[in-house]
Write a protein that binds this ligand. Structure first.
Ligand SMILES: [Zn+2]
Length: 149
């Protein structure tokens, strides 16, 4: 009998984020949108971080974006990840604006800021379905500058 694999950490469900994870199980990416100012945000919370309205609704989004930051993890910390090193961790700026920390399903050696990606869904040990990303071949030509004019 093969030794059992350690289970990866599971999402901690809360009233604010449960819809996000439920939709991931349906292989759909949804974000909380503010019904007052219209903006989506992450992480999910009880109010809009822009205008503090609590009138929020979940809407589907494209699942497309670009890599806004990335790194390679070369040391296994948690036992569940020890067999996967090295692996990448990326921040994806979704086309709708919010940024999502995730990873890219690809070799790590040619990741770059600006590469276009789209969401894919993966069931991890323990049963959670998480959003990951795959490159689509494009490059975003004008990167946002974090709110600079
Ligand atoms: Zn708002």
């Amino acid at each position: 009998m093969a030794p059992s694999q350690p289970v990866k950490p599971q999402p901690r469900l809360s009233p604010d984020n449960a819809v996000f994870w439920e939709k991931c199980k349906e292989h759909a990416l949804h974000l909380p949108f503010c019904k007052s100012c219209g903006k989506p945000h992450l992480p999910p919370g009880p109010v809009c971080p822009f205008c503090l309205s609590d009138a929020l609704e979940w809407r589907p989004v494209s699942g497309r974006g670009h890599i806004s930051s990335w790194t390679i993890i070369r040391q296994g910390g948690l036992p569940a990840f020890r067999d996967e090193v090295p692996y990448n961790v990326v921040q994806v700026e979704l086309d709708e604006g919010p940024r999502l920390t995730s990873s890219v399903v690809a070799p790590d050696d040619d990741l770059a800021i600006g590469q276009a990606v789209e969401v894919v869904f993966e069931e991890i040990s323990g049963g959670a379905v998480i959003p990951r990303f795959r490159r689509t071949g494009g490059v975003k030509s004008s990167l946002s500058q974090g709110g600079a004019p």
